[in-house]
Design a protein around this ligand. Structure first.
Ligand code: GAR
Length: 202
C-alpha cells in the first residue's frame, strides 16, 4: 500500500516529532511517511530533529508573514507542494482558523497534554496545562489525540491515556511523565491508525 504523506507541524522542542520519527524507524508507524515538517518558529529545536532525520523543514511564522490569512496561505502552498494528505500538530502553538481547518476535515490530528475536556481550550497549552492540573488538585491527568476543527481542542477524540499525579510533582516533572507515558505513545498510534484509514480510501 502507498504510504500516506504526513506533515508534522511544530513550534518548540519537538519531542513529539521525535516520537513520530522514531516510530517510523522502529516499524510502529508504517502506513504513513513524514515528508515535511513545518515550524512556526525559526529557532525551534524541532527543526534540527527534522534535519537529522533527513526530513525537509520549512518555517512559516505568522509574525513574519504579517497576518493569519498570509500565514495560512503559506502553509497551504507548502502542504500542496509536498502532496501532504495528513497533518499532525505536535506542539504547534499557533491557532489555525476555521477557513483552514474546514479544508482538512478529519485530516488534522493534535496531541493535547490533558484528558480533554479537562484543562483544554483557549489559553491551555504547554506547561500551563500541567500548572492548572496541579493547582486544581486532580490525581489523574494524561494526554489526548483528537481531530482538529474550528473549536480549540474541540474535535472528535481518537485516543486518550491516563497518567497518575505523584506527591511533590512540579509542572515540569508532570509534563515529562505525561509525555513519556502518554503523548509519545498515543500520537504515533493515532498517526498509524488514520494514515491506514486514508490509505484504504485511496
Ligand atoms: C507537548 O506537551 C504537547 O502536548 C503540547 O506542547 C508540548 C510540546 O512539546 N501541546 C499543546 O499544549 C497544544 N495545545 P514538544 O515540542 O516537545 O513535542
Amino acid at each position: 500500500m502507498v504510504k500516506t504523506k504526513i506533515a508534522v507541524m511544530v513550534s518548540g522542542g519537538g519531542t513529539n516529532l521525535q516520537a513520530l520519527l522514531d516510530a517510523q524507524s522502529s516499524g510502529i508507524l508504517t502506513t504513513g511517511e513524514i515528508v515535511l515538517v513545518i515550524s512556526s518558529n525559526a529557532k525551534a529545536y524541532a527543526i534540527t530533529r527534522a534535519e537529522k532525520a533527513g526530513v525537509p523543514a520549512v518555517v512559516c511564522s505568522r509574525k513574519e508573514l504579517g497576518n493569519q490569512a498570509a500565514f495560512e496561505k503559506a502553509i497551504s502552498l507548502v502542504l500542496a507542494e509536498y502532496g501532504v494528505e495528513l497533518i499532525v500538530l505536535a506542539g504547534f502553538m499557533s491557532i489555525l482558523s476555521e477557513s483552514f481547518t474546514k479544508q482538512w476535515p478529519r485530516r488534522i490530528l493534535n496531541v493535547h497534554p490533558s484528558l480533554i475536556p479537562s484543562f483544554c481550550g483557549q489559553g491551555f497549552y504547554g506547561l500551563k496545562v500541567h500548572e492548572a492540573a496541579l493547582a486544581y488538585g486532580v490525581k489523574v491527568t494524561g494526554a489526548t489525540v483528537h481531530f482538529v476543527n474550528e473549536i480549540p481542542d474541540g474535535g472528535e477524540i481518537l485516543l486518550q491515556r491516563a497518567v497518575e499525579i505523584q506527591p511533590g510533582d512540579t509542572p515540569e516533572v508532570l509534563q515529562r511523565r505525561v509525555m513519556e507515558q502518554a503523548e509519545w505513545k498515543i500520537l504515533p498510534q493515532a498517526a498509524q491508525m488514520i494514515s491506514e484509514e486514508i490509505g484504504k480510501g485511496k
